[in-house]
Design a protein around this ligand. Structure first.
Ligand code: PEP
Ligand code: MG
Length: 552
C-alpha cells in the first residue's frame, strides 16, 4: 500500500479503480492514414451515431419543450445526411490519405464560410449549425478531444489537471471521485466536484507533474478520502475495513439530515434565511430540488457554453433557462450571465491569449465588448422570465459604468421583445455579484442601481488577497477567512442594508458552517450553496440561538 497526500477539495470517500485521464496534447491534427476505405467507414459510422443522437434529442426535447424547440435537431440531422457534406469529407480522406477528424474539420470550415457568405438570413444561421454537427461527429470519433472519455466502469479519475470544460464532459455515473496534481481549492473544477458531491483531492505534489508517473497508477485499486486529502493506492485490508465503516457512517448521517426536508430554515428566534442552491447545469436542478432548495441562488450559465464548438443559440439558451425556471416551480431562480474567461475558456470566442486571464477580458467585460453575444443571452433570459421566477445577475462588476451599460442593453432587449410581442416579466429582479474589492468599495453607489447583491467570495478572496484561486501552490495564502475578506463582506452587507436591498453570499464560504452565525449577525439574508450542503446548513441555521433571543 502507498499513501499520498493532497489538498482536501470535496468531502466523501471513493473506493474503486483509478482511471488515468490522458487529457494533454490532444488536438485535431492532420494525420496520414494507410487505409482510406477504413477511415471513410469510421467517419460514416460516427455520422450514423450522431444521427441517432439527434433523433433521441429531438424526441426528448419535443416531449419536454415542444416541437418548435426540438426542430433544430431535425435540421441538424438533415445536414448530416446532406450528400455534399458527406462527399466533401470522404473526398478529403481518400484524396489526401488523412484522418477523419481532420477531414471533418476542413469540411466544416468550408461549409461554414460558404453559409456565412450567403445573403439569406436563414442560410447564414446554418454556418453555426454546420460547425455544431461537425463537432458532434468529431466528439464521437475522438471523445478525448472534448474532454469526453469512454470510462466503462465507475472509477476514481486521476489526472495532472482537469479543466471545468473537461469535468463537464465526464459521464458522472462513471466518476467515483477526482484526484489531480494541480488545481486550486476554489477552482471551478473543485466547485463542480463539490456540487456533484464527488470526493475530490487536488494538489498531489508527490506525483509531481510527471504524467508518466500518474499514468502508471492507471487501473490500480485505490481509496480516495476527501475528508483527509489522502489517496491510498492498493490499500490493505485494515484501511479497506476502516473506510467502508466511514462510508456507512456518512450514509447514516445523510439519512438523519433527510428528516430536515420540508422544515423552514429559521434560527431559534424565528429569523428566516433564504437557503438557495448553486447549480452549474440544467441537470443539477434535480439535486437542488431533492435537497429541498428554497430557490436557485446561482445558476452558472457559462457552463452551457463549455464543452462545445460554438455558442448556444438564443433558442437553446431560452430552452435551458425556461426548463430551470419551470423546474423550480415559482421559486426564485437567479441566473448569472456569462462568466467566460479565466479558467473557463471556449475556443469559439477567439479571445486573444492573456497573461493573466483571471484579470483579463472576463465575465461582464467580455459581455460588454461582445454586445451581440450578450444581447442574445439577455433575450433568452427575458423570454424565459415569462415562464418562472427568474432573476438576472451580472458577474465581475468593478464599476458603476458597467452596471449602467448593462442596464442600457437590458432596456434595448426588453423593448425589442415588446415590439415583437414576445411575453416577458417586466419586474424581473436585477442584481450583481460583489466579487471584486472595487465593487465592495463602491457598494453604496451600486446598491442604488440594483435589486440585490450576491457576494462571490471565491473571487473576492483571490482579488482581495492577490492569491490565484487556481494555484494549489499558494493554498495557504488563499484564505477566505482572512479578516480583510470578512471586512469586505461586512461592508457590502451594510451598503445593501442602507439601500434597502437584500444581500446573499454565493461563494463556497456560504457553506462554511463555522461562519454561518457570523454571516447571520452581519445581516446576510440569503446563503447559496451546493445542493449537498443545503441540509447541513439548514441544520446549522436552526441550531443558532442569537444572544438575548426569545425562543419561539
Ligand atoms: C464567486 O466568485 O464566489 C462565485 C460564486 O462565482 P464563481 O465561483 O463562479 O467565480
Ligand atoms: Mg466569481
Amino acid at each position: 500500500m502507498k499513501i499520498i497526500e493532497g489538498v482536501r477539495i470535496s468531502d466523501g470517500i471513493a473506493i474503486g479503480t483509478l482511471y488515468f485521464l490522458k487529457n494533454k496534447a490532444v488536438e485535431i491534427g492532420r494525420k496520414k492514414i494507410d487505409d482510406p476505405e477504413k477511415e471513410t467507414a469510421r467517419f460514416d459510422e460516427a455520422r450514423i451515431k450522431a444521427c441517432l443522437q439527434l433523433d433521441r434529442l429531438y424526441e426528448e426535447t419535443k416531449e419536454t419543450l415542444g416541437e418548435e424547440n426540438a426542430a433544430i435537431f431535425d435540421i441538424h440531422k438533415m445536414m448530416l445526411e446532406d450528400l455534399d457534406y458527406i462527399e466533401s469529407v470522404m473526398a478529403i480522406i481518400s484524396e489526401q490519405n488523412v484522418n477523419a477528424e481532420y477531414a471533418v474539420e476542413r469540411t466544416a470550415e468550408k461549409f461554414s464560410a460558404m453559409f456565412s457568405a450567403m445573403d439569406d438570413d436563414y442560410m447564414k444561421e446554418r454556418a453555426i449549425d454546420v460547425l455544431d454537427i461537425s463537432g458532434r461527429i468529431q466528439k464521437i470519433l475522438c471523445p478525448a478531444l472534448y474532454g469526453q472519455y469512454e470510462i466503462t466502469t465507475p472509477s476514481i479519475i486521476i489526472a495532472d489537471d482537469i479543466t471545468p470544460g473537461e469535468a463537464v464532459g465526464l459521464d458522472k455515473k462513471m466518476v467515483l471521485g477526482i484526484a489531480t496534481v494541480k488545481g486550486g481549492v476554489n477552482s471551478h473544477t473543485a466547485i463542480l466536484a463539490r456540487s456533484l458531491a464527488l470526493p475530490a483531492v487536488f494538489g498531489f505534489r508527490e506525483i509531481s507533474a510527471n504524467i508518466a508517473n500518474i499514468e502508471s497508477l492507471d487501473g490500480k485499486h485505490a481509496i480516495l478520502d476527501g475528508f483527509t486529502g489522502k489517496l491510498y493506492i492498493e490499500p490493505d485490508e485494515v484501511v479497506i475495513k476502516a473506510m467502508s465503516e466511514k462510508l456507512d457512517e456518512i450514509r447514516k448521517k445523510r439519512e438523519l439530515l433527510n428528516k430536515l426536508k420540508g422544515l423552514p430554515s429559521v434560527t431559534a428566534d424565528g429569523r428566516k434565511i433564504n437557503l438557495y442552491a448553486n447549480v452549474n447545469h440544467v441537470s443539477d436542478i434535480d439535486d437542488a430540488v431533492n435537497n429541498d432548495a428554497e430557490g436557485i441562488g446561482l445558476f452558472r450559465s457559462e457552463f452551457l457554453f463549455l464543452d462545445r464548438k460554438n455558442a448556444p443559440t438564443e433558442e437553446e439558451q431560452f430552452a435551458a433557462y425556461k426548463k430551470v425556471a419551470a423546474h423550480m416551480n415559482g421559486k426564485k431562480t437567479i441566473i448569472r450571465t456569462l462568466d467566460i474567461g479565466a479558467d473557463k475558456q471556449v475556443s469559439y470566442f477567439k479571445m486573444p491569449k492573456e497573461e493573466n486571464p483571471a484579470m483579463g477580458l472576463r465575465a461582464v467585460r467580455l459581455c460588454l465588448s461582445e454586445p451581440q453575444i450578450f444581447k442574445t443571452q439577455l433575450r433568452a433570459l427575458y423570454r424565459a422570465s415569462a415562464f418562472g421566477n427568474i432573476s438576472i445577475m451580472i458577474p465581475m462588476v468593478t464599476s458603476v459604468w458597467e452596471v449602467g451599460e448593462v442596464l442600457k442593453l437590458i432596456e434595448e432587449v426588453k423593448s425589442d421583445l415588446k415590439r415583437e410581442e414576445i411575453p416577458l416579466n417586466n419586474k424581473t429582479e436585477f442584481g450583481i455579484m460583489v466579487e471584486t474589492p472595487a465593487a465592495v468599495i463602491i457598494s453604496a453607489e451600486l446598491a442604488e442601481m440594483v435589486d440585490f447583491f450576491s457576494i462571490g467570495t471565491n473571487d473576492l478572496t483571490q482579488y482581495t488577497l492577490a492569491a490565484d484561486r487556481q494555484n494549489s501552490n499558494i493554498g495557504s495564502f488563499y484564505e477566505p477567512h482572512h479578516p480583510a475578506v470578512m471586512k469586505m463582506i461586512e461592508m457590502t452587507v451594510k451598503s445593501a442594508k442602507d439601500a434597502g436591498i437584500w444581500v446573499g453570499i454565493c461563494g463556497e464560504i456560504a457553506a462554511d458552517l463555522e461562519l454561518t452565525e457570523i454571516f447571520l449577525n452581519m445581516g446576510v439574508d440569503e446563503l447559496s450553496v451546493s445542493p449537498n450542503m443545503l441540509l447541513p446548513l439548514r441544520e446549522r441555521i436552526r441550531a443558532i440561538i442569537p444572544p438575548n433571543a426569545t425562543i419561539i
